[in-house]
Design a protein around this ligand. Sequence first.
Ligand code: FES
Length: 158
Amino acid sequence: MSCKNSPIPSSPPTISVGALSRRSGIAVSAIHFYERQGLLHSTRNAANHRRYSRASLRVLAIIKAGQRAGIPLTEIRQALRPALTGTALDQQEWQRISETWRDDLDRRIRTLELVRDRLGGCIRCGCLSHELCQMFNPGDEAAAEGPGAAGLEPGADR
Ligand code: FES
């Protein structure tokens, strides 16, 4: 039981790379990599050890989520730029980041759905290797639509 006059323990303002790694589930080597790439910022304590703000945990979570979604590190860095220049990552900043990625993520989701739903059938790639090709791409008519598999392009009607 705490005494009314005893100081309330506060969280340390910064954490070590080991603590950051344990809490985020990201290897120390990856944290150092992100820092070299300009995605994270640390300071040095009196013992010359790197120290990270607790906000770094949220930055790492965003990096991890972005990478899982296939967003290149360069775009993640661009989105996180205000955080890297010292701007507080408030709700508005997170909203801005999610809106920045929304269109790109929607486009990636549509592409993944197309691949999932159509890869087993004729995708009009020109191989003519399925019986379905005779129905959907007789004589490789899809070649007139340009290179690639027309059946996997967003907006493909079949
Ligand atoms: S799957 Fe290649 S043309 Fe049909």
